[in-house]
Ligand binder design. Structure first.
Ligand SMILES: [Zn+2]
Length: 452
């Protein structure tokens, strides 16, 4: 056999990945706070190593800065307007087809969840919840170690970690970039974060640095859990036969657009852009980086194709396997939303935003305001979102300069994509409280996906 033939036999373009799948998702993980995405603090040695061993997508977009809607899109390859989970706590349309269902009985399927329990994770045979304490990512890693140590045969293990979600805690013995001389109000609690957003009192520069340092400590804590799970995969002997996928549900505003600090009501890239890595050394190439804008809805079709399994015909995302194998992936519009209020369209480095009703969300829900003791007279403060805007993320990654007037042709093109989304998906969809599954079922029948 020639050397070339030998190489092709070992890593041929059509060699299936898997058969095992380890899906790691991290709540509230900003891509640009990871070394693999250019961050200058050592927050993520294990995620960086994973990324270097596989293929990294530089611009992967979440459909919503909220846990349930985003993770439901990852698992069902449907946007929120279709699967119906427009906010945390909403049920998914029963017609949504989950990746775990497509894998089926041949795979042992389990979810180890530190957040987003109670959502409909169809097809996941086993579910363990870790719902108390700031150390619950460590508990989930413990459980993953045990699970990987005993599993045999094909498996699909999903672990969802949560440390970077507020409040921002520095873990004893963990990475701690907080200035030891800091004496301000920011601590392990959520209260100072909420009060700071409302200016009670306003964040100082030192407070802002403390918030970001604490967020980074939480990223490092999640990264340590990722490292332990990947080490357990090696020890289990399954690593060579396991496709590892790492993603996040959404990021965090931090201080890109004051006064808002969190994620749920942000339409911006610090929240919508998420890390996305596919790795299986020996099967997928190492060290490849893909610049094309992709979506969380693309994850399920990609995993299915990599495993050699037919995708669900209902799925709306596209397989990224061509890009994983080194082919050029053409840009196409990628969509996100804030519920029924704000529609966002990505194309390449451009982002277009429409907020037709001038939605200006509150910075925090009433319960958090009460707990934080925000004075009544300050509670009317809102997060101002423009009626529309156009940004070029290559030149302006935190979206400070609206280019809609300067680049009318680009604005018109992305506006046309938004109009197409409204037409084809029925965005913004039914009012909250309506029965979302009815419309979706009708639409599916009309498209031939369901028998009437
Ligand atoms: Zn989340």
């Amino acid at each position: 056999m020639s050397l070339l033939a030998l190489l092709l036999a070992c890593s041929g373009p059509d060699r299936p990945a898997g058969p095992n799948v380890l899906l790691l998702t991290v709540d509230t993980l900003r891509a640009d706070h990871l070394g693999a995405y250019g961050y200058d603090r050592p927050t993520s040695p294990h995620i960086d190593e994973l990324a270097a061993s596989g293929v990294l997508f530089e611009r992967a977009v979440s459909p919503r800065g909220a846990t349930w809607p985003a993770l439901t899109t990852l698992h069902t390859s449907w946007p929120p307007v279709r699967h119906g989970v427009r906010a945390n706590g909403a049920p998914a349309d029963p017609a949504a087809v989950h990746l775990a269902e497509v894998l089926g009985e041949r795979w042992r399927r389990a979810a180890l969840l530190t957040n987003a329990y109670g959502a409909s994770w169809e097809g996941m045979g086993e579910e363990q919840r870790f719902d108390t304490g700031e150390e619950r990512d460590a508990a989930a890693a413990d459980a993953a170690e045990r699970w990987l140590g005993e599993v045999t045969g094909p498996f699909f293990l999903w672990v969802h970690l949560v440390s970077p979600h507020d409040p921002f805690v520095v873990h004893p013995g963990g990475y701690d970039p907080v200035d030891p001389g800091y004496t301000g109000p920011v601590d392990d609690g959520q209260g100072p974060l909420v009060r700071g957003m409302y200016g009670a009192p306003a964040f100082t520069e030192a407070d802002r640095a403390a918030v970001v340092a604490r967020y980074d400590a939480e990223v490092a804590f999640a990264d340590a859990a990722v490292g332990r799970i990947l080490a357990a995969l090696e020890t289990s002997g399954h690593a060579a036969d396991t496709l590892v996928v790492l993603a996040a549900d959404h990021g965090e505003e931090l201080f890109d657009h004051p006064p808002y600090l969190f994620h749920f009501h942000s339409p911006y890239d610090g929240v919508l852009r998420v890390p996305l890595v596919f790795a299986q050394p020996g099967t997928l190439p190492a060290g490849r980086r893909v610049r094309t804008t992709v979506a969380l809805a693309d994850v399920a079709p990609t995993i299915a194709e990599l495993l050699g399994i037919p995708p669900s015909q209902a799925w709306l995302g596209r397989s990224l396997v061509g890009a994983l194998r080194g082919r050029t992936l053409p840009d196409r519009p990628v969509y996100a939303e804030i519920g029924r209020q704000v529609l966002i369209v990505y194309e390449g480095s451009l982002v277009w935003l429409e907020n037709p009703a001038s939605f200006a969300p509150p910075l925090a829900p009433p319960l958090q305001l009460d707990q934080a003791g925000v004075p009544t007279e300050l509670r009317e403060l809102r997060f101002p979102i423009p009626q529309n805007g156009l940004w070029d993320l290559d030149a302006d990654p935190t979206q400070q300069v609206d280019l809609a007037r300067a680049r009318p042709a680009d604005a018109a093109r992305l506006q046309a994509y938004a109009a197409a989304w409204r037409r084809q998906l029925g965005w913004p969809g039914p009012e909250a409280g309506a029965e979302p599954s009815l419309l979706t079922r009708e639409a599916l029948e009309a498209m031939g996906y369901l028998a009437p």
